[in-house]
Design a protein around this ligand. Structure first.
Ligand code: TRP
Length: 340
């Protein structure tokens, strides 16, 4: 799958986030920044994926419901503008569930089992045979999300590439059945930092594992996370030469520090020896505090006005509902079901 698209004159952008926790810096560099810069150029829809969030949380649904407005506040606080971007709630768009039902007839169990992202999620969640059907089939529901808007460009992290591949397979099958182009194939839009490592350097950054810095993190939380960050375990004395590779502090400096040259200078100093972990952590902390302070303040303001957040979501959902019905009508038609 081609991973760096050149932009076309017109693109339809769609993306989503599971509403299972507040968004973190991984989302910020992986996708949110791109959404902010593209919203004034292209048509853009963002789904708060509550139904996908439930696929592995049905027995603990408040984990999803209590995070819906947090995610909306995260969007607004980083600069997503509801007058340019349609922000909607997945469960409020019945066409998505219906499309999922039709598409599921076109996807085999064997194909679902081959999806590497789902495979590793099943393993890490320890599901084995007790995997919920909804979780196993969520790539089909994600294909419904994407195709319902005829989206062409999907800003996501690289763990989502298998979902887009599966989406395009469904698109081709539907178009083949129709004998004409009804659905659009999509391309991923990956960022330079498409996967930010967790602060402990061990795992994928996760909303649940406490190894991520949330967009709305408090000053104290940021400070604590940076202090505990994984560096170079072999760098015992300040004068020792240090390693950059795998050193999370430098990975974060690369991702967030505005001054490239300054970071390059720090890197060579660190490699030569004489630059302490405490110093680089202090520099990173300052940079993150400065970047996140205004975001946090806005986020708090938004969360203090829940009625406004609900209103934004309600209006966006009404618009998206109408749009998604058109594709549903076409897909139903392929199966000969538009008889009245
Ligand atoms: N799977 C995505 C995630 O885990 C969320 C998502 C749902 C999504 N629907 C989407 C992403 C459609 C891109 C397009 O974060």
């Amino acid at each position: 799958m081609k991973q760096t698209p050149s932009f076309r004159k017109s693109e339809i952008i769609l993306t989503g986030d599971r509403a299972t926790g507040p968004l973190h810096l991984g989302h910020y560099v992986g996708s949110l920044k791109q959404r902010v810069s593209l919203q004034s150029v292209y048509e853009q829809t963002i789904l708060v994926a509550d139904m996908q969030g439930l696929t592995d949380n049905a027995h603990n649904p408040t984990k999803v419901s209590s995070n819906i407005l947090n995610v909306v506040a995260d969007y607004l606080s980083v600069g997503i503008d509801p007058s340019q971007t349609t922000i909607c709630l997945q469960s409020q768009l019945p066409a998505l569930a219906e499309l999922t039902m039709y598409y599921s007839n076109l996807v085999s169990i064997a194909r679902l089992e081959r999806n590497p992202t789902v495979k590793s999620e099943i393993k890490s969640k320890g599901f084995e045979r007790s995997i919920p059907t909804g979780f196993f089939t969520y790539p089909i529901s994600q294909a419904a999300d994407i195709t319902a808007f005829k989206a062409t460009l999907i800003p996501v992290g690289d763990d989502q590439l298998p979902m887009l591949e599966q989406t395009n397979e469904i698109v081709r099958k539907v178009n083949n059945l129709a004998g004409k182009k009804i659905l659009e194939e999509c391309r991923p839009l990956l960022s330079k930092t498409s996967r930010l490592p967790s602060t402990d350097g061990k795992n994928k950054m996760s909303k649940s594992m406490g190894n991520a810095i949330n967009i709305g993190a408090s000053e104290k939380q940021i400070s604590k996370a940076v202090k505990a960050m994984y560096t170079d375990p072999g760098h015992l004395k300040i004068d020792d030469p240090g390693q950059i590779e795998g050193n999370i502090v430098f990975t974060y400096l690369d991702a967030f520090h505005p001054d490239r040259q300054y970071v390059d200078g720090l890197k060579s100093h660190y490699q030569q020896g004489g630059l302490g972990d405490g110093t680089i952590k202090k520099i990173l902390e300052e940079c993150l505090q400065e970047m996140l302070r205004p975001i946090r303040n806005k986020r708090t303001e938004y969360l203090n006005d829940k009625a406004q957040l609900i209103n934004i979501l309600k209006q966006g959902s009404a618009l998206a509902r109408e749009n998604s019905e058109k594709v549903l009508f076409d897909v139903r038609g392929i199966f000969g079901l538009n008889i009245f």
